[in-house]
Design a protein around this ligand. Structure first.
Ligand code: ADP
Length: 267
């Protein structure tokens, strides 16, 4: 049929096709360069703990009799190994989401119940940091994958504790607004400087490498939070506010998407 069409029409169609191919190839090129950058970052981030593990093992080889060095080395090697394990876990999660084979089973989730449970799980860590977790919860549901929500809120609570100050608080509140479930995690900690606000959701980005590393950070937590939230039709934002501390706000769907509407139209 294409061959029997008048040449002018054919040229039009070929032009459109060419344009589409051009856009697709640009998208693929961008995707590949993003992946290359991600792999570069992963390798770089993995090297740091590996270098440290190697250095400590060499020291132990050099001074086999030094008991206090051995004690120190074992502690450091253990901590670096934990960090590597956490990084592998998060990188795997991030990359499997990218491939869209992330298994997610949305269901009606009792948000106040879930958040209270997670606050309970984080209590011991909060106490170690001298931080108080304050629930300000109201009954309400969201339509979401429970496992993803656990990862999201554990990461946000963990950050609220890690980047806090002695005697600080992390307040967890929820409500329904504009047909969505809204959760806020607000801490009284060190805050995020204005110039870093745009970047904190990028994989491997950390405001202060030393502080993040010393508290077992990987720079992957918020990237995962963002990706997991968006995969279920939600959004996450960092609120701009004056004064100390940081507040993250999440919007999640209240109900399953209806068949005739896209997620966007529903919320
Ligand atoms: P990390 O594993 O380093 O905590 P995240 O991806 O969770 O990585 O966070 C990225 C960076 O954003 C952190 O290294 C930290 O500098 C900053 N950040 C995240 N949450 C907070 C918070 N609640 N208060 C202050 N800074 C934060």
């Amino acid at each position: 049929e294409f061959l029997t069409r008048p040449p002018l029409k054919r040229r039009d169609e070929l032009g459109r096709l060419g344009q589409e191919i051009y856009y697709m190839s640009t998208e693929i090129r961008n995707h590949i360069s993003g992946m290359k950058q991600f792999i570069g970052n992963v390798s770089h981030e993995f090297k740091t703990p590996l270098t440290s593990i190697k250095a400590y093992s060499e020291l132990m080889e050099l001074y086999p009799e030094d008991a206090s060095l051995a004690e120190d080395a074992v502690r450091h090697i253990g901590a670096e190994a934990d960090r590597l394990t956490e990084m592998v876990d998060k990188v795997l999660r991030l990359s499997s989401l990218e491939k869209y084979d992330f298994e997610y089973r949305p269901e009606r989730v009792d948000m106040a119940g879930l958040l209270l449970d997670l606050i309970g799980r984080m209590k011991a860590k909060a106490e170690r940091y001298g931080v108080e977790l304050v629930p300000a919860l109201t009954p309400g549901n969201a339509w979401a994958d429970r496992e993803s929500l656990i990862h999201i809120f554990m990461n946000l609570l963990d950050n609220g504790i890690k980047y806090n100050v002695q005697g600080g608080t992390v307040t967890v509140s929820n409500r329904e607004a504009e047909g969505r479930s809204v959760v806020e995690i607000a801490d009284t900690g060190i805050g995020i400087p204005a110039e870093a606000r745009e970047r904190v959701f990028e994989p491997f980005y950390t405001v202060n490498k030393d502080r993040s590393r010393s508290s077992g950070g990987t720079g992957l937590g918020l990237a995962l939070v963002k990706q997991l939230t968006e995969k279920q039709g939600g959004t996450v934002e960092l609120l701009t506010r004056t004064g100390p501390g940081t507040t993250f706000r999440l919007f999640l769907p209240l109900r399953p998407p209806s068949r005739n509407h896209s997620n966007k139209e529903l919320v």
